[in-house]
Design a protein around this ligand. Structure first.
Ligand code: SF4
Length: 600
């Protein structure tokens, strides 16, 4: 029989499944395969959905299941949307009473379904939505809006707010994600606006596809210039090519063009950007100040009285601003961070040689069933606790021998580097989260690596902010005057853009900028992923060339071969280096472009 939930309109045979794999045909009835089962249920601020004009800063219960009806290259949630068989074991059952009860007891304003597609758990979602609204909670979701018209109308009857993710504006683009046409998405966008549900648009920006974003913005503007429009700078996760990632500067330039069409345009996945602020369309002043809060997330730092501008104009914000925003900003709970942790556990297991999907799912399930993730943030700051965490995963997966070998390798090089830098002069080092004026917290793993590599990490002297990194005034940056600057590889500015920013903002007298000592830590990790040990060696080479000359290409080849079973081409492939498709493509020689130390 036909499933009419989304426009794929799958024919599902008795006991079969459709494209998303989340429904089956039971006695000639479409039934969910995992009713009332969730992967993550955690309170988070609404900007991590993300919604920016709806109850800003308020805490909502973030829920997600698994599965998707699209297949997108670079999906940030690939760990829960691909290979359902490998993740289904990590689901846990909660009935609607339990979900709603948790939202109420946590003091949430409502419930938001995000990080996977609600269409694939439509019946489950409607059950919690009905009960939640009956108990006075607000309900919303982030969706690709590929619902059929009738099911989308049904969805709209159950929700108060929605973020519609748009991949492009042509059928050709949508074909890349397995969809037949773009038109249902725009039809549903119009329906959503007509229905009065608070609606925002999130448009993905892949390098070279600027026109898709601009054309999408034109269509949105033809409905209303006031619809909040989020530009999602593409980050190459899963099996996506790193060449698809536009730089922050390119994304900001695009946003500037889109601002000619729409009143409220925002840029995500771009540390340090001003394009997350709300500017008053009447006088141009900042009304709401926001910052980067990890992939696909933002955080409110300040706002005018009840969201109004000094000039008296109030942009269209629904609901009240939370006085003390920042639900779960720290730690690994909430927003994309929880998804990232699941991916990082999969990554560590891959480095331990464990790629069996059911074992990975069993480890995730055991971890999700405890408060381990809540404690993980603290455990991820020091090398010893990091290695103990690896041991914990290894024990759950039955891979203790491999963990022992990894520990031996890491401890050997840490000890070599520590001993050789013991009496060395320590250059002052500033570790940037990506943007020149955003510093990594001084107590983070990366800063400890700087000290081991023989540097003096200036970040440790900075006062801690309440965001993922510390935004520092230009004067503070000048006062720090670091001799060396390291840029985190995660979503950092390329070195050339970093230097240009400094030159254009009167920061060119900073010693490291003047002396050309600004380095990107790409391609190695400096946190979380076990190849941070390569990042440490690279750091030692940078800080003490008179002591160290680690042959990074050969060492990295040997390291990846030993622990991942392949020679990883560190430049040119996705950031999710242990994604099964990436490892397969590497083994097939698809990514052969290894250029150590190249600045992306
Ligand atoms: S919801 Fe799933 S089964 Fe139903 S039509 Fe869409 S992809 Fe097919």
């Amino acid at each position: 029989m036909e499933c009419a939930i989304c426009e794929h309109r799958c024919y599902i045979a008795e006991n079969g499944t459709g494209i998303c794999g989340m429904y089956t045909n039971k006695d000639n009835r479409i039934a969910e395969k995992y009713p009332d089962n969730y992967l993550v249920v955690v309170p988070s601020e609404i900007e991590s959905m993300p919604m920016l004009h709806y109850y800003p800063g308020n805490k909502f219960l973030q829920v997600c299941t698994i599965g998707c009806n699209f297949r997108c290259s670079g999906c940030v949630s690939w760990i829960l949307t691909e290979n359902l068989g490998s993740i289904e074991g990590a689901l846990h059952g909660m009935n609607p009473e339990e979900i709603v009860g948790k939202a109420l007891s946590e003091g949430c304003a409502g419930i938001m379904f995000c990080f996977n597609e609600p269409a694939v758990s439509f019946l489950t979602f409607k059950r919690i939505a009905s009960l939640a609204r009956a108990r006075g909670l607000l309900v919303g979701c982030a969706t690709n809006a590929y619902f059929t018209e009738s099911s989308f109308r049904d969805l709209l009857r159950h929700i108060d707010f929605v973020s519609i993710g748009i991949k492009g504006c042509t059928d050709k683009t949508y074909a890349l994600f397995g969809a037949a046409s773009a038109s249902p998405i725009f039809r549903n966008l119009e329906l959503s606006i007509e229905s009065g549900v608070s609606t925002e648009v999130a448009a993905v920006y892949v390098k070279g596809y600027e026109n898709e974003v601009l054309e999408t913005a034109k269509v949105v503007a033809s409905i209303s210039r006031d619809i909040p429009f989020q530009v999602m700078r593409f980050i190459p996760l899963a099996a996506a090519d790193i060449a698809d990632e536009p730089s922050v500067r390119e994304a900001e330039t695009l946003c500037e063009h889109v601002r000619g069409l729409l009143n409220y345009v925002y840029l995500f996945n771009s540390p340090g950007t001003h394009y997350l602020n709300t500017y008053c369309p009447e006088c141009g002043k900042v009304v709401v100040r926001r910052g980067f809060n990890g992939p696909m997330c933002a955080h409110v730092f300040g706002h005018g009285d009840a969201g109004a501008c000094e000039c008296g104009f109030r942009p269209p914000f629904a609901g009240t601003f939370e006085k003390e925003s920042g639900a779960q900003v720290l730690g690994f709970l909430g927003g994309y961070k929880t998804i990232h942790i699941l991916e990082s556990i999969q990554t560590v297991l891959a480095f331990l040689g464990e790629r069996n999907p059911s074992v990975v799912a069993s480890v995730l399930q055991q971890i999700l069933g405890t408060d381990f993730i809540e404690r993980l943030y603290e455990r991820s700051k020091e090398i010893d606790s990091y290695l103990n965490t690896v041991d914990h995963y290894a024990k759950l997966a039955g891979r203790t021998d491999e963990a022992h070998k990894l520990r031996e390798y890491i401890e050997k090089y840490v000890s070599i580097i520590k001993n050789r830098t013991k009496d060395a002069q320590r250059p002052s080092v500033y570790f940037s989260l990506g943007h020149p004026l955003i510093a990594i917290f001084g107590d983070k793993f990366e800063c400890n690596l700087v000290e081991i590599a023989g540097g003096r990490c200036l970040n440790k002297d900075l006062e801690r902010d309440d965001a993922p990194g510390m935004t520092i005034p230009e004067e503070t940056f000048k006062r720090l005057n670091p001799e060396v600057i390291l840029i985190s590889g995660a979503m950092g500015y390329p070195v050339a853009d970093f230097r240009n920013f400094c030159v254009n903002n009167g920061l060119n007298d900073i010693k490291a900028v003047k002396d050309g000592k600004v380095f990107s830590m790409h391609p190695y990790s400096t946190a979380g992923r076990p190849d941070w040990i390569l990042g440490l060696m690279q750091m030692a080479n940078i800080l003490h060339p008179e002591i160290f000359s680690f042959d990074m290409k050969n060492i990295a080849d040997a390291f990846y071969e030993r622990f991942l079973g392949v020679r990883l081409p560190a430049v040119g492939c996705s950031r999710s280096i242990t994604h099964p498709a990436v490892l397969e493509q590497v083994a097939d020689g698809h990514w052969s472009d290894y250029r150590e130390g190249e600045q992306k």
